[in-house]
Design a protein. Sequence first.
Length: 300
Amino acid sequence: MDSYASHVTRPTPSVSVIIPVGGFDRYLAEQLAALTVQDYPGPVEVIVSDNRGDPRLAEHVQRMSATVGPPVRYVDSARLSGAAHARNEGARVAAHDFLAFCDADDVVRPGWISSLIQLAQNADVVGTALDASRINCEKALNWTPTPAPTEQGKSAFLPFAIGASLGCWKTVYEALDGMDNTFRASQDVEFSWRAQLEGYTLGFDQEAQVDYRLRSRLRPLMTQSFRLGYGSTMLRGVYRPRGCPPVPLSKVVLAWLELAVRNPLLPVAITRLPRGLWLRAVWPRAGELRGGFGHRAFTW
């Protein structure tokens, strides 16, 4: 096992920042601009991994590479659909010792890379908290309540690093065969759990280093919510034989009963639950049911 111990004498390792992209993203330029003002003194490259094979994105990255501070490379990762595959393809071509993952529609803060590297002096896989308060409209914030930074990175089983702000030594990532693309959501949690069960260590910074963008339109929000619900219970089912506690079916039933009595057909003055927030609550529960029964994650 090649753990962080072999890297601790390198306080400023070279870093490959990997951004998985599901097609042309209008926020990507903002994220790339944020990467030009990092306070990290070591060598940095940026890899944009395109999971759609969009020629517009390839041209956009080529234009940006002439203006962005760190070198920017484009990788076509459209052979298989999935964010995990896009991250894996980016990691495969990465030239540097440490991998830092972020998302195209978020905005990393100036100390983001430095925070990950500082954590990685004592850990194999690392992550930081996120902050949704700065770059989202009021509607998005109302639809998707975000846990406080001190509550992020926690689960019913093992702690985890969030995919929008995750770092890992490249040797560790390769030893673990990267992320599991059979998970359409919660790949970051699965990777973190698997790393720890294989004996690697995880570090997490409770201070937010990334401004996280929420969905502000209902259809993308519902799709994301369903995938998160499905992915979380799939994960609980897959890791149940390795000690992950199952999901109590009684809590699932109670959650559905609460949603039924607070449905949007009733006035908001009574339910105190706006329609968008109700839909945000229903769709992960629907995904939870499908994933829970499909992967035997439930128990009484």
